[in-house]
Design a protein around this ligand. Sequence first.
Ligand code: HEC
Ligand code: HEC
Ligand code: HEC
Ligand code: HEC
Ligand code: HEC
Length: 392
Amino acid sequence: MRHSSIPNLLSFGLALFLAAVFFGSVSLGQISTDDAAEDDTAIPFALPQSGPFKPADIQIDNDKAISDWFRSAHANAAAEAFSHWDDDGEVRAACATCHSGEGFRDFHGLDGTEVGVVNGTIDTGGVVDCGTCHNAGLANVTEVTLPSGVVHPVTGVEASCLTCHQGRSAGATVVKATADMAVDEPNSDLRFINPHYATAAATWLGGYGQAGYHYDGKDYSGRFFHARPVASCNSCHEPHTLEIAFEPCLTCHQADSPRDIRISRQSYDGTGNTSVGIRSDIANNAARLLDMIRQYTAEVAGVPTIYDGTRYPYFFKDANGDGAIDMEDGSPVAYGAWTPRSLRAAFNWKLVTADPGNYAHNPHYALELLYDSMADLSGPLGIDMEDLGLLR
Ligand code: HEC
Ligand code: HEC
Ligand code: HEC
Ligand code: HEC
Ligand code: HEC
């Protein structure tokens, strides 16, 4: 069934508003009808029984949470992340866990169904609603299985963030796809492997979570523990607006914005510039890696590629190397000359760049993946890594 999302949301917001009035203030874990039903003293009407009736004077503690959330990306029903399935009329089970609160509850068995699986398709029109994070059942979700196969223990609301922001594939997916293939030989069976989007948790868990393609013989920084007061997603992200609370950062950092923060005294990108945020080093090395991937596809694989971030599958064919994507019957031709070496580098590049917060989530892991991917490509390209002056 196709829903019109906006009226749904509005009536949903109104229902919450009323629920808030009925049951008074709510705290984390208590926005559940069960809790309310147990409370015999809850008064089932919105206004006091006798005047003067001044609705504006009635304190509604949920009000701010609702309006903050309502303006956030999690509530944006029109976003591609929630409206992608509108034409199909239903969200596929494989996608529903992260693309609707209802699917999330189904996956974790919070709706009383089997745990670890979405039972069938889910109605369109869902967003990351209140009951995704405010759900007493989340207490029973004690671990999350990452795309790498690593099982990570979770507590409380982090179970929610880590479920949806973990990405959909990992280095292990690349290893499996390229097993037994000659490393520099294009193979038409290979397709670009997309880590998916907003993969913050994957970056954050670093080498321990094994999201990236890890090169043989290299060690990778683990989870970015940062410093104690900033140990969880919500210690930096306000959970309703999703914005970064920058003030607290200034306890330990001196910078004009999160993007300008730097602790490292060395330059990783060969510029020698340590007056900019560490984000700049990551961005520069990512840009250099993309250049090397392009160069490798042209010189070693024999078919140049072009990256276009606006359309799936992002890497396209440019057989004559003229800088324009090849078209066939009016459609861009997906790149089809991947080798194991270019595929793993492209996977790491996309994983790092798919997370705009990589510099705060795990700068070390991001820099290591980029460096190792460049080092791997440098051999067949005849580039001496020493000449680039990069640090790992
Ligand atoms: C593990 C959780 C997860 C699963 C499973 C998942 N996604 Fe996503 N997906 C996300 C998140 C998180 C985003 C939000 C990225 C953003 O826009 O910030 C996203 C974004 C998207 C977008 C929007 C991309 C854009 O350019 O804005 C599309 C389309 C999408 N997913 C398709 C799918 C499809 C199709 C499936 C099932 C085959 C799927 N997703 C399964 C987590 C998931
Ligand atoms: C993505 C997860 C998430 C979603 C969605 C969410 N919340 Fe929250 N909410 C939290 C977390 C985490 C806290 C705890 C904040 C803290 O301890 O500082 C919280 C705290 C609250 C509080 C306590 C007061 C406050 O603002 O800190 C209220 C009330 C609340 N949420 C209501 C709601 C309502 C109503 C909705 C839906 C409109 C909602 N929340 C959606 C995660 C979420
Ligand atoms: C049910 C899946 C789900 C859960 C649970 C979830 N998210 Fe999200 N999150 C998404 C999707 C999907 C988007 C993209 C929405 C869009 O494009 O409008 C997103 C977007 C975001 C954004 C990007 C905001 C922006 O302005 O682009 C941040 C930050 C974020 N989530 C943080 C969190 C945190 C922190 C938690 C845990 C408290 C959390 N998310 C829980 C699915 C989820
Ligand atoms: C140390 C603070 C910190 C922690 C901890 C943290 N983040 Fe972030 N996050 C940031 C910063 C800073 C950005 C980037 C903001 C920018 O540059 O626009 C960001 C960006 C994001 C984005 C992309 C937002 C966008 O604009 O598309 C998502 C999604 C996200 N974080 C989710 C999470 C999740 C989920 C966790 C927990 C696993 C987490 N973050 C932990 C600081 C943090
Ligand atoms: C309690 C102190 C403390 C707070 C608060 C804090 N940080 Fe940090 N931050 C550190 C320490 C210590 C490091 C170095 C950690 C390491 O490299 O292992 C660091 C490293 C970083 C780095 C990497 C810098 C580099 O050059 O490697 C970034 C980016 C960062 N923090 C962002 C943030 C943001 C954004 C906030 C606020 C949301 C924040 N931090 C809050 C202590 C803090």
